[in-house]
Write a new protein. Sequence first.
Length: 311
Amino acid sequence: MASAKTLPSVPNQINVVIEWIFLMQKTAYSLFGLLAIFSLIAVAPSAFGDHASVTVTNAPGSSTPGCEATNDCFIPSMVTIDVGSEVIWENTDNAAHTITSGTPTDGPDGHWDSSLVMAGGSFSFMFHEAGSYDYFCMVHPWMQGMVMVSAEEEHGDEMKHGDEMKHGDEMKHGDDHASGGIEDISDQFTATVTSGVIHHIGANSDDDTLIVHLFDAKDDGELKIVLNRDIITPFDDGTYFVLVDNEENEDFEQMGNTLHIQYGPGAERIEIVGSHVVPEFGTIAMIVLAVAIVSIIAITAKTRISLVPKI
């Protein structure tokens, strides 16, 4: 005589449901951890590769003389990068141009030559050696630009040398910023000068200051800079405060986010003070990455689960 099958008792059914819920909870935590890791992997290249490449555009209409008056034939006309970085030139004009290393006066120097880049085309070049590289358009020789290539460890040494030679304590403030991890964020702004070149731009969140470092300003000049409000925020009345070589400068004009700042021969440092300055995105991303990793470790330790769910 076959024995009848007995159904699980109610307590056993409850235990099965509880175990199933716990298993689903563990799986959810695992999937959350994997999603966080994949998100960080996706974000990391853009967050930490800001200085891997810089894009320069041909100003629309630059095939006609006139852009050289404001040094806006290439935008930006001067870029600062690290050794191993790439510059990409995009031709947004309606005429063909070349990007040729050298100057109109001395001619090509042989470092690179794009040949003709048609409208809508582009050209790129990787810089493996530190130095200053002039370039121009052979078809429209009034179009000129510069690429300044520095090894990362040289930034602080160059500024320190300038301090010892000219300003001593006046530039010590800038050295403190460099030693605190201030990075070059020139690619976050559109900035041009009529005398000298822009060596680099840094943001200091401690005193809410954007610092533009100039090099070789031998004559009176003007800095034209379009500010990025994601990095520096104006005061409540929409204005900024400006210092040139640690002296208050009221000789500037503001039109929206664009500042026109006058400076004299030998100027090396222009400070733009706002109500709030945030660090470069790469710094923020590092903080987010660290918090995310700590959170994942904490969740894993608390639930005693593996990040890879068991199927």
